[in-house]
Design a protein around this ligand. Sequence first.
Ligand SMILES: [Zn+2]
Ligand SMILES: [Zn+2]
Length: 412
Amino acid sequence: MYVVTPPQRSDLGSNGDLRVYQTWKGSNIFCLQGRFIFGPDVRSLPLTISLIVVPVIIFCIFVASKLMEDFSNSWGVSIVSVAVVFTIYDMILLMLTSGRDPGIIPRNSHPPEPDVLDGNNTNPGSTSQTPRLPRVKEVEVNGNIFKVKYCDTCMLYRPPRCSHCSICNNCVERFDHHCPWVGQCIAQRNYRFFFMFVFSTTLLGVYVLAFCCVYIRKIKESEDVTIWKAMLKTPASMALILYTFITMWFVGGLTCFHIYLISTNQTTYENFRYSYDRRSNPHNKGLVDNFKEIFYSAISPSKNDFRAMVPREAPMPSRSAVGGFMSPNMGRGNDDEIEMGRKGVWAMAEHGGDDKNGGSNNNERFHVNDDELGDIRTQVNDDEQIGRPNIRPRQSSWEMSPEVMALAARRP
Ligand SMILES: [Zn+2]
Ligand SMILES: [Zn+2]
């Protein structure tokens, strides 16, 4: 039986006035009283910042300042200014990527109520006595059928393109990937800034690399030495050229990869997951519209107000106490197994193609007559006597076994 853990007493202050971020169930780290949200691996962020800022500082001190002397005043100053302003711009993009809600879907406090009448959760072929929410539901979006999966942790059906980040422990909309360098999920609300950050970092690297080459050339010309001797006269430039050349392969390659993903309207997650499938991508709207979706669409408002006050309330009663039902994955393997397509024995009604056994049972079961119904009832009573959960309608109709529900509905 699925039991929702009531809020811990220690979570509640003496007068109960805590904010959402203080009772947050995900693994996120909050800063400035919930104004900034990061992933649990935000400690890598200072490293990422220093990998960008330190080379730029070295560039300004050992290369750009020397170039200022060689170029006329306005040119020389602009070489330093552009480097500084562009680095600040890059850091702002990094913060917009890293410190904001990437598109977290708030958790439910209890599993959704199963809708008996929609037929999705009826599972006449099952001998399970406790109704389960269906593991997978099908929804139609713009004429395309998507299978939405249930998340046990967040207790919700994930919308299409949503995935549960195992690092942040949240369901995130249009999940792309979790980036350890920025310490945050890359998803619906920060993908644009992530791409701009990676692209800008590439341009910054090209800028530093180009002016280091210009500086070496200047030395060569002014001192009339070979290019190798000019290089030896400025070890900082050599180090920067080597460093930017290596990092360009990484951030430049990442930029190209994401340009490809944007142009085909894929996420990194979808690209890796569906790369072996040859089915067409239902999200692809054409090159122009795909780019518009990423860069010219309004960013959806956050579904979370991390600074909102959590009203003081009594601990939630256990669902089992008021008559519970089972979450579809109780006692199942972890979610990654499902994402990888390993099939379980979920209560998947109506998906004959996915659950052949269940499908055939469904067909057979719908042809039982009243005599058989009596037999099944006897069997059900026997099951009850040997300690199975009570399946008789007690407090609400969905506690009844779907098997019995389906059969009872066919009685004249
Ligand atoms: Zn989730
Ligand atoms: Zn994450």
